[in-house]
Design a protein around this ligand. Sequence first.
Ligand code: B12
Length: 218
Amino acid sequence: MDVLEKIRRCLVDLDRVCVEEAVREALRSGVSATEIVLGPLSEGMNEIGKLFESGEYFIAELIEAADIFKNVMKFLEPLIRAESSKNAVRKGLRIVIGTVKGDIHDIGKSIVVAMLQAAGHQVIDLGVDVPAERFVEAVKEYGAHVVGMSALLTSTARYMKTVVEELEKAGLRKRVFIIIGGAATTPELAKEIGADAWARDAVEAVKIVNRLAQELSS
Ligand code: B12
């Protein structure tokens, strides 16, 4: 079995030791940490989500999967940061980011945060379950150029519209670039709620923000 396939398989089977061994084996064979995280580890999480949906896995399995993921992130994150720092911009932006109210998923957002920081941006991570008012306050407080929102639940993805509306009410909408992401979001949703961009994954998020940084500094 190919080592990337092994990582995915071991994660879906919730075999902690096997995931760690396979990840180390992949690194030794020259696969980048970014590729491991955005490839087999993310695919494995999606598959676990499907098993949960179909009733084969329960909440305990989701918690265990998240724990296994976070365990390997302990040594993958510094590597991802090092890889992402190769894309560093000359002048970074200030980015306020959070998982929106009602939603506590943070694994993907934390990857986005790590890669944006490594690319030279100043990231203010508001955490999870973030209400619209907190986004508004933080934009004012830090003079943010970008607002990033994450949502993994269909129910909370709709809340992003409230955040956009609150930014408008506070007269801040035109000052910030809004980018959204997370499994419950789509490019169509971004358009519908009046966001400026949607990113499929952390690599795409960095590309979009870096492009904006270049535009703003030229
Ligand atoms: C792990 C997990 C959990 C863990 C989360 C732990 C944690 N600390 O994050 C726990 C156990 C807590 C959990 C709880 C629940 N979960 Co859950 N969970 C998942 C699972 C399996 C994996 C998520 C994950 O970490 N993926 C890996 C990361 C790397 O991927 P990612 O988050 O998509 O992030 C990438 C991109 O999306 C993007 N990105 C992410 N954020 C951002 C932000 C910006 C600004 C940008 C630009 C990009 C970006 O970049 C990231 C890196 O490339 C998903 C399945 C799935 N398909 O996502 C279900 C899933 C999201 N959960 C689901 C559900 C239903 C729940 C619960 C309601 C279950 C329950 N009955 O209690 C609760 C809700 C709790 C709450 N209020 O939030 C459903 C949601 C269904 C829906 N459409 O609404 C899913 C899809 C599973 C399913 N198929 O049914 N869950």
